[in-house]
Design a protein around this ligand. Structure first.
Ligand code: AMP
Ligand code: ZN
Length: 495
C-alpha cells in the first residue's frame, strides 16, 4: 500500500495518514457563509477538499464528508467578535426586512447557487450540508455545559469562552495566550467594549433582543466558531444517538479550511471541543492557500475584485478550464489570479482533451499491456499521495501521453484512472473529439482554402493573420484545431 502523506497544520509537517477506523475517513470542511455568491477563491478551497476526497477514494477508503453551511452568527470581524452579522448585511443589501425568515430565504438562495457552482466544477457532493440555523438547540446545550464547567462566562454583550481555562490554547499556528496578551491589535478597546477578560477570549453567544433565539442565558445568536464544533462533533464524532452528550465525543480524522481560519476560527473550535470533551477535535488539520488578487490580497466576498464562475464563463473560460488551472498549483501554494493565466489554462485544457481525442481515434490494438499500466498507476499514486501533489501528477499524465513507447489503449486506461482524481471529465470530453474525428468532418472549399492560408501564415510566424483566419473560420461555424502534423475541424463549441 502506498501511504498518503498530508501536511498537518498542527505539527507543521507532512505526516503519514492513519485513519481512526481502518478503511474509512471522516472529514469536515468549514463551509461557505451563504450571504453572497461563492467567488473563485472559495471554489479553489473546495476543489482542494474534493481532490482530498478523491485521493482517499483512489486509495480505497470510504469517506464520510460533512460541509457545514453558515447561515447565521458569522460576524464581519470574526477575530474581534465585532461588526455586523453577515446575513444581516445581505438582507440590507437586497432591501429585505430584517427577519429570521428572510435570513433563511437569503441563505437558501445562495446555497442553491453554491451547489450549482460546485457541480459545474465537478466537486462531488458531501454526504451532508448541515445548516447552522438548524442547530441552535445543540449550540445552547454545548454552551450551557461550558458555563457549568467554568470554561465560559457572561458579559453584558454575550457569553464568552475563557481561553485561560485551558492549559493549552492556540496550538494551530503557534499562538499562545501569553502572546495574545502582549499583542497590540485592537487590545484594550476591544476588551472594554465586550467586557471580556482576555483578548483571545471569544464569543460563544451574542445577545440580541430583537432577532435572537431564546436561551436560558439570554436571547441571542450563536457565534460562528461554536457552530462548527457542534456540527462536526455531532455528525462525525460518534454522537449518532445524540442526546446533548458531548463528553462522549470521539475525535474524527480530517478538518479543513482556508489558511485564514488557522489563527482564530480553528483554534477556537479546538478550544471549545477540548474544554467540553477532553479530546482533540480532529487528527489532521489541512489548510488551503488563498487565491490572491493584485497587491497580494486574498479574494474576498466583501472585497472589490469578486470573480465568480459566471464571470469566467462570460469571458470564455469554462468551469473545467478553471479547475485545470487550480490543479496546476499545489493546494498550499497561493494562486495569483489573472484572466491571462486562466485563458492560457483554458487553452491547455482544450488541447489536452483534443490530444486524448486523437489517441482514442488512433487506437488500432485493443490489447492492454498491464505491466506499463501498473507501473504508471503506482507512480501516479505515489505522486498524488504526496500531500495531493496535483501539479506533479498532471505533469506525469503529460509524460504518459507523450511517451511513444506506451500503447494508446494503455494510455487511455491510465488517463481514465488518473481522472478519477483530477475530475476533469477527460474521457467524456475526449470522446466528443473522437466522434468529430470519426465523422470525418467535410468542410467547404472556402474553409479548406482559409485553413491552407493559415498554415502559410503560421510558417512565416504571422500570428496575427493566423488568428484572424481562425476567427473567419469560426464565423463560418467551425473550430480549427492544430495537431502535430496539420489540423482538423470540429463544429463550433464542441467542448
Ligand atoms: P467563506 O464563505 O468566506 O466563509 O469561505 C469559505 C471557504 O473559502 C473557507 O474555507 C475560506 O477559508 C475559503 N476562502 C475564502 N477566501 C478564499 C480565497 N481568496 N482563496 C482560497 N480560499 C478562500
Ligand atoms: Zn468552521
Amino acid at each position: 500500500m502506498t501511504p498518503i502523506h498530508l501536511f498537518n497544520s498542527l505539527s507543521k509537517q507532512k505526516e503519514i495518514f492513519v485513519p481512526k477506523n481502518e478503511g474509512h475517513v471522516s472529514m469536515y470542511h468549514c463551509g461557505p457563509t451563504v450571504y453572497n455568491y461563492a467567488h473563485i477563491g472559495n471554489l479553489r478551497a473546495y476543489i482542494a477538499t474534493d481532490i482530498l476526497r478523491r485521493v482517499f477514494e483512489f486509495n480505497d477508503y470510504s469517506v464520510s464528508q460533512i460541509m457545514n453551511i453558515t447561515d447565521i452568527g458569522h460576524l464581519q470581524h470574526d477575530d474581534t467578535d465585532d461588526g455586523d452579522d453577515k446575513m444581516t448585511l445581505a438582507l440590507r443589501r437586497e432591501n429585505m426586512e430584517l427577519t429570521r425568515e428572510n435570513m433563511k430565504l437569503i441563505a437558501l438562495k445562495y446555497f442553491d447557487a453554491f451547489r450549482a457552482d460546485i457541480e459545474r466544477v465537478n466537486i462531488q457532493p458531501a454526504n451532508l450540508y448541515p445548516f447552522a440555523s438548524d442547530h441552535i438547540e445543540d449550540d445552547i446545550s454545548f454552551i450551557q455545559i461550558l458555563l457549568d464547567k467554568g470554561s465560559a462566562y457572561a458579559t453584558g454583550d454575550g457569553i464568552y469562552f475563557d481561553t485561560t481555562s485551558l492549559a493549552e490554547y492556540g496550538r494551530l499556528g503557534g499562538i499562545s495566550v501569553d502572546d495574545a496578551h502582549t499583542e497590540s491589535r485592537i487590545g484594550e478597546a476591544e476588551i472594554a467594549k465586550s467586557k471580556k477578560k482576555n483578548i483571545r477570549d471569544f464569543a460563544l453567544w451574542k445577545f440580541n433582543d430583537t432577532l435572537g433565539y431564546d436561551a436560558s442565558f439570554g436571547k441571542g445568536f450563536p457565534g460562528w466558531h461554536i457552530e462548527c464544533s457542534v456540527m462536526s462533533m455531532k455528525y462525525l464524532g460518534g454522537l449518532k444517538e445524540f442526546m446533548g452528550d458531548w463528553q462522549n465525543f470521539e475525535t474524527f480524522d480530517v478538518h479543513t479550511g482556508g489558511v485564514d481560519h488557522i489563527p482564530v476560527h480553528h483554534n477556537n473550535e479546538i478550544a471549545q471541543t477540548e474544554a467540553i470533551s477532553g479530546k482533540p477535535l480532529a487528527k489532521y488539520w489541512l489548510h488551503n492557500a488563498h487565491l490572491i488578487i493584485e497587491g497580494g490580497k486574498k479574494m474576498a466576498k466583501s472585497g472589490e475584485a469578486f470573480i465568480t464562475l459566471q464571470t469566467l464563463e462570460d469571458k470564455g473560460i469554462s468551469p473545467l478550464g478553471f479547475r485545470y488551472w487550480v490543479l496546476g498549483a499545489g493546494y498550499r501554494t497561493p494562486l495569483q489570479f489573472s484572466f491571462e493565466a486562466l485563458e492560457s489554462a483554458e487553452r491547455s485544457y482544450v488541447n489536452l482533451v483534443t490530444r486524448i481525442g486523437h489517441i482514442r481515434n488512433n487506437i488500432k490494438n485493443e490489447n492492454m499491456t498491464m505491466l506499463s499500466q501498473n507501473e504508471s498507476l503506482a507512480r501516479f499514486k505515489s505522486l498524488i499521495n504526496d500531500d495531493l501533489n496535483t501539479p506533479q501528477a498532471l505533469a506525469f499524465l503529460y509524460d504518459i501521453i507523450n511517451n511513444p513507447a506506451i500503447d494508446g489503449v494503455d494510455k487511455l486506461h491510465i488517463i481514465e484512472e488518473a481522472d478519477k482524481v483530477f475530475g476533469l471529465d477527460l474521457m467524456d470530453k475526449s470522446k466528443e473529439i473522437e466522434n468529430a474525428l470519426k465523422e470525418n468532418l467535410v468542410v467547404s472549399d472556402e474553409i479548406s482554402e482559409l485553413a491552407e492560408k493559415r498554415v502559410e501564415a503560421k510558417e512565416i510566424k504571422d500570428w496575427d493573420t493566423a488568428d484572424k483566419i481562425r476567427e473567419q473560420i469560426a464565423a463560418l461555424g467551425y473550430e480549427i484545431h492544430d495537431v502535430n502534423d496539420g489540423y482538423y475541424f470540429t463544429k463550433k463549441k464542441l467542448i
